[in-house]
Design a binder for this molecule. Sequence first.
Ligand code: XMP
Length: 327
Amino acid sequence: MQTRRRPENMERINTPALAQAFIDEQIKEIKEQVGDKKVLLALSGGVDSSVVAALLIKAIGQNLVCVHVNHGLLRKGEPEQVIKVFRDEMNANLIYVDATDRFLDKLAGVSDPEEKRHIIGGEFIEVFAEEARKLDGIEFLAQGTIWPDILESEAGIKAHHNAGGLPEDLQFELVEPVLTLFKDEVREVGRALGLPAGMVDRQPFPGPGLGVRCPGAITRDRLEAVRESDAILREEFAKNGLEGKVWQYFTVVPDFKSTGVKDGKRTFDWPCIIRAINTTDVMEVTVEHLPAELIDHLVQRIITEVPGINRVLYDFTPKPPATVEYE
Ligand code: XMP
């Protein structure tokens, strides 16, 4: 099947009215393409897959089967939000798979970053394929491919991750309703579909999730320290009007300990590193300089609320030379 393309003269979708026109047109096209057949979607809770889910729910309702795989490396509250928004509020046909133990057991003792990525990616396909095989009568696979994915794969920058990743026995016809859109247009459409702002304006989050922010071999206690400190950082950014303004911000808990003191007793715990960056293309990145009072407040909250942390550091390094993520 030839890949659809963004028409050269396509108007930028930057108003609710244009978003609504796009939604109406896509609902019609989806209905024409899939009829009364079933469609499968891996719903991560990211912007693209969430918008695809919301569009398909409007078009075909219960004939969309969403699978949300929790690999144990998601941010605090993410699986709960996916279930609340899609199952409870949109009445989606949602299969939730908590595969945390499976992923963390496979990752135990693995310290090489590429091997960690490989295990997470491979296991994800495995879990998704197992769920797909349990279902009958699925003929289509929906994907949140967007226009920059096509451009980047054509330019040889990154492979456009499509159904090619699934095993031979699971080949479906693709449904890619946001393929012609740029990211800002996907967000506009998401708003028009009524998705919550926190989901539509979400900062980028890597596929391997918190796994790359827990450098070296992942342990459950250090992973929890990453998750809890990240939740505090996000909460404080939202409170201080930085959500949606700073491009990406997160915490990292490296695998070494240093001496500290608490309640007159020696401690030997991990540091927590805060990273907050801005960019347009992620090839070059500058560091966001936070107000000193906010830094002080973050330090206080993280050292008192997150078990295992006795020191907070701020990463002032641009890219290049440092990448955004630590692995
Ligand atoms: P780096 O660390 O390469 O990150 O400077 C650039 C941007 O890409 C994101 N990133 C990833 N996204 N899978 C993803 O889906 C990955 O393995 C991955 N690694 C990095 C990173 O969060 C940043 O936005």
